[in-house]
Design a protein around this ligand. Structure first.
Ligand code: ATP
Length: 234
């Protein structure tokens, strides 16, 4: 579904990603593992069309999408649930969710999609008419995920969904991610909780200083000495 071919990208004169190649097949759950600053967020933002590659190619469903904008990538079915949630705090939860459905393929099916999404997020259903800014951090994360799903994406990308949440809330966020995975969604996930994520994912890429240094099945990565020492603290 998605292929990155030796992609370089960065911000202005600062290059962050160096010849990053990766692929995600339909129905797969893939994770990117790496230390702070390794370039994980930049990789997701590059795929989402928010950072432009300076070299290399990005293919989505066999078409070259390297130069497409963020908006065009959303239209193609690529949705990023950003780190830090980025809800509209003065708008209600319902309004925030409907903002997620602006993709053409989702616009005509808002009511149907909202009903489907709320089935996955009973807590969000209870808060529909509350301002998003008044929710707890965990509830806001649930809304951010639900909003991403409102676009009926083909590829759903998560950037650190458990960041800054209390352990009990982290477990709730993971339960939701697990449920989404079980629906057969194609998922690319960056997550600080490497142990849990490798158990959910089919495969993973290890990113260090903007370069892919290791790519393997999750089970193999869980067993890999370098991964265990550097990312699992074992
Ligand atoms: P973290 O887990 O801390 O979010 P990450 O692996 O996601 O790390 P990135 O956020 O992709 O890493 O950042 C990679 C590098 O790019 C960092 O050195 C960061 O300072 C730099 N960077 C990120 N955003 C920008 C920006 N808008 N302008 C300039 N440099 C940036």
């Amino acid at each position: 579904m998605l292929t990155l071919e030796r992609v370089d990208a960065g911000y202005g004169a600062t290059s962050i990603l160096h010849a990053v190649s990766l692929d995600v097949r339909a129905g797969e759950v893939v994770t990117i593992v790496g230390a702070n600053g390794a370039g994980k967020t930049t990789t997701l933002r590059t795929i989402a069309g928010l950072v432009k590659p300076t070299r290399g190619r990005i293919l989505f469903e066999d078409e070259d999408v390297t130069r497409l904008s963020g908006h065009e990538m959303v239209e193609r079915g690529v949705t990023l649930i950003p780190e830090g949630r980025q809800l509209f705090p003065e708008m209600t939860v319902r309004e925030n969710l409907l903002m997620g459905a602006y993709r053409r393929a989702a616009r005509g099916r808002q009511a149907e999609t909202l009903a489907e999404v709320l089935d996955l997020f009973p807590r969000v259903r209870e808060r529909l008419d509350q301002n998003a800014g008044s929710l707890s951090g965990g509830e806001q994360q649930m809304v951010a995920i639900a909003r991403g799903m409102m676009a009926r994406p083909k590829l759903l990308m998560f950037d650190e969904p458990s960041l800054g949440l209390a352990p009990i809330v982290v477990a709730q966020v993971f339960a939701v991610v697990d449920r989404i995975v079980k629906t057969g969604a194609t998922v690319l996930i960056v997550e600080q909780n490497v142990f849990h994520t490798l158990q959910v994912a089919d495969r993973g890429y290890v990113l260090e200083n903007g370069e892919v240094v290791l790519a393997d099945a999750s089970a193999a990565l869980l067993d890999n000495d370098h991964v265990r020492r550097a990312y699992l603290g074992i």
